[in-house]
Structures are given as structure tokens and as C-alpha cells.
Design a protein around this ligand. Sequence first.
Ligand SMILES: [Zn+2]
Length: 447
Amino acid sequence: MSEILIQNIDHLLTMDDTRRELSGVDLRISGGVISAIGQGLPLGGAEVIDARGCVVTPGLVNTHHHLYQSMTRAVPGAQDALLFGWLQKLYPIWAMMGPEEMFVSAQLGLAELALSGCTLSADHLYLYPNGARLDDTISAAKEIGLRFHPTRGAMSIGESDGGLPPDSLVENEAAILEDCIRVIDAHHDPREGAMVRVGIAPCSPFSVSRDLMRDAALLARDKGVMLHTHLAENEEDIAYSLETFGCRPGEYAEDLGWTGPDVWHAHCVKLDGAEIDLFARSRTGVAHCPCSNCRLGSGIAPVRKMRDVGVPVGLGVDGSASNDSANLISEARQAMLLQRVQSGATAMSAREALEIATRGGADVLGRPDCGRLEVGKRADIAVWDCRTVESAGSWDPAALLLAGPTQVRDLFVEGRQIVRDRQLSTIDLGKLVEKQNRLARALAERA
Ligand SMILES: [Zn+2]
């Protein structure tokens, strides 16, 4: 079993139950777990990482992404559109993608996340053109080395049925459920410390039928996997729900079995008071995506209110077609700032936003074994060097989101070092960037 000793940590933010912060301590990793935290731990033959001048936090957790979209950043014509118009511009481009684009874009997106401190990411892949499969992204994550929660998304209502996506991007509902079963059986690992867990995730209430929403929930409960979708993202979304289903999104979700601790919804910008209470009561999770909400002009999610009544909230960068950056520590800063825009400077502290980005996200994804630095928890750890230009002069380096590095120096996932001295150690990033640019250019030429 490999042993690593992270030594002389200036400031350790544990995110444990009492949110302890420790100074001048060491942290020992044995295999995939944290085996000791304390002062002057014995070397015992461990590989030593010197963390003088560093803040050490749990690895950040990303609860919402569409990794394939890193292939379509800053697309002209979709740069300034609202959600529905934005989708209509991008669907035909995404319809040209295939397995290679899915694999490369997933690697690129996960690499970007890792460099910004992320150790666990969910992904929501809801279109499978030209033979693409969820498996393409799972192979990508294995090579990068991140803990991965891919969700088998889906769309079944195409243009000819009054839906938004072109018919070529939608699937038959029976085939969707069948493929959900296939990927769960092939890849889902329910055990503590799992590196891959699969979820079921119809794209949104407006892109699949009521029947598929209900069947997806039944299947997820039968298989013991989690459920994920987009909900109450903006005013258009609420209007659509009222007009088409005759109720608000929260009621629609509850009716179809889409509430509970095994469900998390992305965005939830427009949840009203009753819906927030419903989510708190049922322990339904929220993936808050502040940059995407700003970029698409969707509004400010009521995160302060959600947290105050006990809704589990995690952070998501969302897809790179609507962010278009996927730096997770910067996303956490944005979450903090956005609550302050709405409710004043005391609305959210740097430490609370970091808590949402770590422990909060882990809880939303059903991973109490991650997101905190405690003996016995998984060794998913981010080391932030605060002797850099970005944090020089800071009186409180542990308030990482105010000043501080936006890239990790070192990153460990399940005890394995993925980032070393600001470089990915698992793949050749230069080659990957080249490949991604070549594929993106080819798509642009055909568009
Ligand atoms: Zn999304």
C-alpha cells in the first residue's frame, strides 16, 4: 500500500462536522484513504510532500457538467442568446459529434477541472450522435484519474413532436431505458470509495415525456442509482411548465418521483418558497451553477434561502457552451459573489462557498466518504500554494476565494497524485489540447 505524507501544512480546512481548521499539521495517506492527521507524524517510509506556505482543502466536487460542450466554447451566434435560442443554435453542431469528440472533450473538460482543484465530477450526457456512448466519457475519466459520476441523459421529444432538439438527436424511450440498464450494469459501483457511479438523467422535463420521467425514477430506485435533470432554470422554463403540465416544476418533479436524497436538480434558479421547502423536507439536492446562470441571463438562484432551510446544495460549472470556462475554484468565488449581489456582503462567506464546493457537493452526490478531510475518508485532497502572486499580501490565505491561487499545486484522488507542481501527471496535456482544437475546427468548418 502506497504511503504519502503531506507535511507542514500551513492551514488545513477539514470541512469535518465541526469545520475544524488546523495549522502546522501533517496528513498521511495510506492507499486510497486518509490514515492520520496531526503534528509531527512519523515518516515511516512515506513519500513526502512539503506543504509549507500551502492551504490544504478537500478536493472540490463538481455536481453538474456537460463535458462534451468543451468542444463548442464561445460559438458565434450562441454567445449572447437566452437558453432556448442558445440550444437551437447548438443542437445541429452537437449532432455532428461522435465517439472521438466525446472522448477528447471529456478528457479536456476533466483536465481543466483537475487543475482547478476538482477531484470528483458528475457529468450529464444527454445526446448520443453517430455511435457515441456514455462509455466514451468513462474511459476518458479513467485516464485522467478523476472520480467520476457520469449520468445517462436522454432526449425523446424532437422537433416533429413539438420539442426543441432536431429529430436526429432524440432517442426512442424504450431504447433509452435499455441503455440505462446496460451502463449501470457495466460501470456502476455502489461501494464506498467507488471511482465510478452511474446516474439516470433525462435532459429536462421539456425534452422527454412524462412517462419517461416516471420510468426513469422507477428504474433508478430499482437499481439503487441517483437521478439528475435540469429544473426551474429560468422564466421561460417556468412558463413552459405551467403551460404544458399545468403546474410548477417542483410539483411536476414531486408527482413523478423526482424528489428525495437520491435526486439532484441543476440550476433551480426559479424555485419559489414552497418548492424550496419541498426540497428541504425531501432532502432533494441542487447543483448551483452561478457562471452559467449569469452567462445565460437566467437569474440568481436563491442559495442563501436554500441553505438556511437545509436544502443540500453543491456547485456546478455546467457545460462549457454556457460558461465557457470550467475553473471550479473560480466558480465557487462566483457563487459567493452572486449571493452578495442579491442579499448584501454578509450573504455568503468565502468559507461557506468553499464548503458548498467540497462537502456540499459530495453530499449532493451521495458521497459522505468524500468532501471532508478526516481519518477514514477518501484521500481526495487539493494543495493550494499561497506563496504566489495571486495571494501575496493576504492576511488570511485560508479565505481562498477572496485572494488566492485559481490553480492547484498538487491534487490527489483516492491517494493517487493527479496534479504535481501544477502539471497533470496522468496525460500529455499539450497533445490533448492540440487534438481538441483540431476536432473543434473540423466541426466549425462543417457547421
Ligand atoms: Zn446543464
